[in-house]
Write a protein that binds this ligand. Structure first.
Ligand SMILES: Cc1cc2nc3c(=O)[nH]c(=O)nc-3n(C[C@H](O)[C@H](O)[C@H](O)COP(=O)(O)OP(=O)(O)OC[C@H]3O[C@@H](n4cnc5c(N)ncnc54)[C@H](O)[C@@H]3O)c2cc1C
Length: 556
């Protein structure tokens, strides 16, 4: 008997859980996640969540900052919804029980974050994601959604152009099953782990994007990969932007606050692409300290560090042996966030009927060419809610369809072939190789030669995926098999990033080309769409939606 739901949500991070809670209780909702929900990457979010909740602030101003942050590539209808609806969502989270940090008057406190014209980032010390994930998990339990914990989705079921569920592997016993649904919402998070070192959890392999891509949905703006300015030396561990928001400085080896040169007005709180490029430039020109720059928090004093940034203090001591109360922290830019993703409309609907997407895996697009810190968490809540609501409406008008069992059969054969191969390539090594190619050839500064070479290397690796063999060929908790399946997602997405980046001959937001150093609105004010084809990604383009904020110069 196939398992069945009205709405099935793939992913139990903030976007997936928010979507599930939005489904009315008379509908049967299922949530599936390859890890326990509270281990989703959302739990690692540190710095905060943006909303214009003060009378002296406005959603219009939040919108302007977001459009400018996106280097005008964000769709303004989607950004307007994000910024207008954000305050209501913060109040709702608070009513659910979120313990936001307070200002001295007892109001929800807000901190400075990069690229914002107003301190607009609500937070729970430097553990905002942790607080919100546990909050929504409680709501999910209350909502009595059926949770498939530690199940891995291997394919979407699309029949006659309509999405009717998924094929999933129960990691506990290795069984492959159809889970049918009238509507499916992908909330599978980002692809940070396409790169070797990243702030992201190892599970962030972009599976949902690859599932949609293989089913024929285009991926939008995949070349825009965010590098966060402050990741801990050699580890990729994130040091929240809140550290600069609370007043931290960046220094080079000469003790200069180098951001003066690059962003005289906003300094350390310019947008992330700008600060990351500046750091990279300093290091490249020999003013780094062991491949890093220094983040100085000493002047904040111990009391403030312990109250506002306790986790940063702990991470720094644990991983690099530096107490931020006494010494500056060595940091470098590191891969952090996927601006692009599954193309959706403002209700989370993809071009395939019955298939929706929200959160980091989706591209609605509120982030365009560069995301502002604090906007990703808000996107998971606003667009998770909207996608869940629309998927429920769609499910109510849809009849279940009988299964042909075709996709299940295909997946059995595909996975059976991997499990039966005795000799071959090792998934872990392939993952490392791809991750290294991406880091070396599609990093902060991208030239044609580097990217073409990177594409050649990826093309050499691609056929080796068909020869993956496993040490563990058993059924119970075969995480090596999951690793192998994830490599196919990583490879698909690496190709989309590479293709989109190599073709885009301009510098916009996070996509920076020394050979085309300027933004080119005449030729490139458009979204990239990558469609799957036998020969690799096929690119197309679509216009950017501009409503309220006319094109402007981007200076910080
Ligand atoms: C260290 C760190 C700090 C951050 N700090 C902030 C911050 O302060 N403010 C901010 O706005 N943003 C921040 N971000 C970004 C933000 O946290 C993420 O964009 C957001 O939480 C993503 O949520 P999500 O629900 O889309 O996905 P995730 O939370 O990543 O959840 C993805 C879910 O999909 C499931 N899944 C994936 N593939 C499959 C599959 N094949 N089968 C079954 N299940 C699957 C996973 O199990 C998981 O449950 C941070 C990110 C990181 C990495």
């Amino acid at each position: 008997m196939p398992l069945e739901h009205d709405v099935l949500i793939v992913g139990a991070g903030l976007a997936g859980m928010r979507a599930a809670i939005a489904v009315p209780t008379h509908l049967n909702v299922g949530v599936i996640s390859k890890v326990h929900p509270v281990r989703s990457h959302s739990v690692a979010a540190e710095g905060g969540i943006n909303a214009a909740i003060r009378p002296e602030d406005s959603w219009e101003s939040h919108m302007y900052d977001t459009v400018k942050g996106s280097d005008w590539l964000g769709d303004q209808d989607a950004i307007e919804i994000l910024c207008r609806e954000a305050p209501g969502d913060i109040m709702e989270l608070e009513r659910m029980g979120a313990l936001f940090s307070r200002d001295p008057q007892g109001r929800i406190d807000q901190r400075n974050f990069g690229g914002l014209g107003f301190p607009r980032t609500c937070y729970v010390a430097d553990r905002t994601g942790h607080a919100l994930v546990h909050l929504l998990y409680e709501q999910l339990v209350k909502r009595a959604a059926h949770v498939y914990e530690e199940w891995y989705v291997t394919s979407l079921i699309v029949e006659e152009g309509v999405c009717r569920g998924v094929v999933a592997l129960n990691i506990f016993n290795g069984e492959l099953t159809e889970i049918r649904a009238k509507a499916v919402v992908l909330a599978t998070g980002g692809y940070g782990r396409v790169y070797l070192i990243s702030t992201n959890g190892l599970i962030n392999t972009g599976d949902g994007m690859a599932l949609a891509y293989r089913a024929g949905v285009p991926l939008q703006d995949m070349e825009f990969v965010q590098f966060h300015p402050t990741t801990l030396k050699e580890t990729g561990i994130l040091i929240t932007e809140g550290a600069r928001g609370e007043g931290g400085y960046l220094f080079n080896a000469r003790g200069e606050r180098f951001m003066e040169k690059y962003a005289p007005k906003m300094m350390e709180l310019a947008s992330r692409d700008v600060v990351s490029r500046a750091e990279y430039q300093e290091i490249l020109e020999g003013r780094g300290v062991d491949g890093c720059v220094m983040l100085d928090l000493r002047h904040l004093g111990k009391a403030k560090i312990m109250e506002k940034l306790p986790q940063i203090w702990e991470l720094s001591i644990t991983y690099v042996g530096v107490d931020p109360v006494e010494a500056p922290i060595p940091v470098t830019p590191g891969v952090h966030y996927s601006m692009g993703g599954i193309l959706t409309d403002i209700h989370g609907a993809t071009p395939i009927r019955g298939l929706f997407a929200a959160g980091e895996c989706a591209s609605v697009s509120v982030h365009g060419a560069n995301r502002l810190g604090g906007n990703a968490l808000m996107e998971t809540i606003v667009y998770g809610r909207r996608a869940g609501t629309r998927a429920a409406e769609y499910a109510e008008q849809t009849q279940p369809a009988p299964s042909s069992g075709r996709v299940l059969q295909q997946e059995r054969e595909r996975i059976g072939a991997i499990l039966s191969r005795k000799e071959g390539e090792r998934a872990g090594l392939l993952r490392e190789e791809i991750g290294k190619v991406m880091a070396d050839h599609f990093g902060i500064l991208r030239t044609r030669e580097r990217m073409e070479e990177g594409k050649r290397k990826l093309a050499e690796i691609r056929p080796r995926l068909e020869k993956i063999a496993l040490h563990d060929r058993g059924k119970t908790f075969n995480l090596e098999l999951i690793d192998a399946l994830q490599i196919f997602s990583i490879m698909d997405l690496a190709e989309c990033i590479a293709e989109g980046a190599a073709v885009r001959e301009e510098s916009r937001g996070a996509h920076s080309r020394p050979d085309f150093p300027k933004r080119d609105d005449v030729n490139w004010l458009k979204h990239t769409l990558a469609y799957r084809s036998e020969a690799g990604p096929r690119l197309d383009y679509r216009p950017v939606t501009i409503t309220r904020v006319p094109l402007g110069e981007r200076k910080y």
